[in-house]
Design a protein around this ligand. Structure first.
Ligand SMILES: [Zn+2]
Length: 369
């Protein structure tokens, strides 16, 4: 089983980044929308480091870090796996607040949990399928809200004696938003408007909250850290994850993805390399005129969103999130293309043949139970 492509001594190329242009994290754009900025940032770091040779992977994969920040150690938290997940909400400790401020170069302040936010969080937690609930129960050490966070949510790792744990950051500003509004705004960061007038709109079941979407998506990352459904969640955790036996679901990613950021040739399509959200990778790299081609290609692919095509942990997070939502047969998810005030095209990603096959495989594996 290919876990990750190692450096080729002959070609001196690092696998995950071949053929891609390094971009700096400084090109990050205002978001308040993005999911998982942490993973994307690591992807960007990989791009930058790979430009200097292949030593990055050797260092990260096989040797433990000389030291971990205090907050990345489980002992920093008074973690009790039996405590209700809702009680894991906490104001950010100074060490973690400093970390996220430096990550995004923003003077963040953390946020308390308003009564509305608490209720939304409670509802979102209740909707999680059993396996994601267990993952949070056993491995989520803290959940915190940040005002004006550049992303909608972010999951980061913490190291314990028996594997990886997680802290979760949620943008306090998404409280009260619908999932449709959040996803539409996010999708529109992917392209520049032009004279073609094409515009995308994402529609999901109207009662779905943005927080339900974000919490479910982030919970999948926690599960991935815990049980290794993808070859590794991010380059920084390879040292710990390579010791873990993979979960059965890994077959869905080792076959489809050649590298962390590079799908197998048969699954790839031309405009995928231009998919960039929130200004990452110097984006937006697409124009509105390219939207019909993008979604036409996506329809023939194994992915149910453009976001899924970026790196394998996002593919997993999106796939399992929608697998969870579609347990309710009335759940709706469509991608609409509009032009001059008229709806011209409607895509139903859950009906894409490649997507249906993967969702069916998750069901066979009882991945949510
Ligand atoms: Zn994610």
């Amino acid at each position: 089983m290919q876990i990750f492509r190692r450096c080729s001594p002959e070609k001196q190329q690092c696998g995950p980044n071949r053929g891609r242009s390094p971009q700096g994290p400084g090109q990050r754009q205002k978001a308040g929308l993005s999911v998982c900025s942490g993973l994307l940032l690591f992807a960007l770091i990989m791009l930058v480091v790979s430009a200097n040779g292949c030593h990055f992977q050797d260092r990260v994969e096989h040797t433990p870090p000389a030291s971990l920040p205090i907050w990345r150690q489980l002992t920093f938290f008074r973690f009790q796996s039996q405590s209700p997940i809702l009680q894991r909400f906490a104001r950010l400790q100074p060490e973690i607040l400093q970390y996220v401020r430096e990550l995004d170069k923003r003077p963040y302040q953390d946020s308390g949990l308003s009564a509305t936010a608490r209720l939304e969080l409670q509802q979102a937690l209740q909707q999680l399928p059993p396996r994601l609930q267990r993952a949070l129960q056993e491995r989520l050490v803290q959940i915190s809200f940040i005002k004006g966070f550049m992303s909608s949510g972010m999951t980061d790792y913490v190291v314990g004696p028996d594997g990886l744990y997680a802290v979760m950051f949620i943008n306090a500003d998404i409280i009260g938003q619908s999932m449709s509004a959040l996803l539409t705004a996010k999708e529109r960061t992917m392209y520049k408007p032009d004279q073609s007038g094409w515009q995308v709109q994402i529609k999901t079941s109207p009662r779905m909250s943005a927080l339900t979407y974000i919490l479910t998506h982030e919970a999948v990352h926690v599960l991935d850290l815990k049980e290794r459904l993808t070859p590794y969640v991010e380059p920084s955790v390879i040292y710990w994850q390579e010791k873990q036996p993979p979960a059965a679901e890994i077959e869905l990613f080792t076959d489809l993805w050649r590298e962390y950021m590079q799908p197998a040739k048969a699954a790839d399509f031309a405009l995928r390399s231009k998919v960039a959200f929130y200004g990452f990778r110097g984006g937006p790299l697409l124009t509105a005129a390219q939207l019909p081609q993008l979604y036409s290609d996506l329809q023939k692919s194994p992915w149910l969103s453009a976001y899924s095509t970026i790196i394998w942990p996002e593919d997993l997070a999106e796939l399992m999130t929608y697998a969870s939502f579609s347990r309710n047969p009335s759940f709706q998810y469509s991608i609409e293309l509009w032009q001059a005030g008229q709806r011209k095209q409607v895509y139903q990603p859950l009906q894409f043949p490649g997507v249906k096959a993967r969702l069916a495989r998750l069901q066979e594996l009882q991945s949510l139970d």
